[in-house]
Write a protein that binds this ligand. Sequence first.
Ligand SMILES: Nc1nc2c(ncn2[C@@H]2O[C@H](COP(=O)(O)OP(=O)(O)OP(=O)(O)O)[C@@H](O)[C@H]2O)c(=O)[nH]1
Ligand SMILES: [Mg+2]
Length: 291
Amino acid sequence: MTKCGFVAILGAPNAGKSTLVNQLVGQKVSIVSPKVQTTRSRIMGIALKDNVQIILLDTPGIFEAKKRLDKAMVQEAYDASSETDANVLVIDVTWPNLNLAQQLCEKHSKGIIVALNKIDLIAKDQLLKIATSINSFANVTKIFMISALHADGVDDLANHLCSIMPKGPWLFPEDQITNIPVRSWAAEVTREQVFLQLHQELPYNIFVESESWEEFDNGSVKISQAIVVAKDNHKGIVLGKRGQTLKKIGQAARVELEEQLEQRVHLKLFVKLEEDWQERSWALRAFGIGV
Ligand SMILES: Nc1nc2c(ncn2[C@@H]2O[C@H](COP(=O)(O)OP(=O)(O)OP(=O)(O)O)[C@@H](O)[C@H]2O)c(=O)[nH]1
Ligand SMILES: [Mg+2]
């Protein structure tokens, strides 16, 4: 007898949602960074545990959005949780946004599971205080205390999810771990490196696109990607002094691509200016956001 179901992972930006999804899947399917708004569209991670397939929807962080792209991202997160079998709200205990948490719990009248995350960073008594507050919110069915980064408590959460998934056939082959096409995934790998290599000066509104993908007989692949920036001065930030920053981004992305694709990769990166790309619907579609 097999079981299979959908679970949305929700929460504020930077709460650790993607880290949790990767941990539940057992492999990295969604990019992670210390910056907010790393995840921009719904990404599916497929976890398999004994006879249960859990289709996890990693979502963009929920916050008070004003810009069109931001609003579309937040809407993605809300939409993801409307027809799932369970929803998990991830809360960063080092910086809990209890107002947002309460609102989200109230919205989920069919019940919501709360995962208090980053417990490796705070004291027990502080954690218990947060748990007590959350416990008083409407619709909370269970509270787990976890460290997604260190895989602490994640098994208990996974076992609980398995226990509540509905009976049914698996919807994906057992070796499939995500639904994103390889070209989009490769663009995400580079975007992660942009987030990791740029610091305070990070232009959040960058966007990476795989423009060409050429496989060679010797088993190697040549990937050309554009890093699209919205302002002229962002070009220089991404390039760095004498192109050093772009070079570092490219080297780190290539290492990860080679590791995951198990083939030699020639990665060609260039920076392209597209003013106000975020306001255009083609860009949002290219992002995977349905507007
Ligand atoms: N110490 C600690 N850090 C964590 C834990 N979980 C996640 N992090 C870190 O928190 C940061 C954000 O993690 P992400 O998984 O990208 O968070 P997210 O909720 O997906 O963020 P957005 O996609 O931007 O909404 C990263 O630097 C992670 O390494 C944890 O349990 N402990
Ligand atoms: Mg994320």
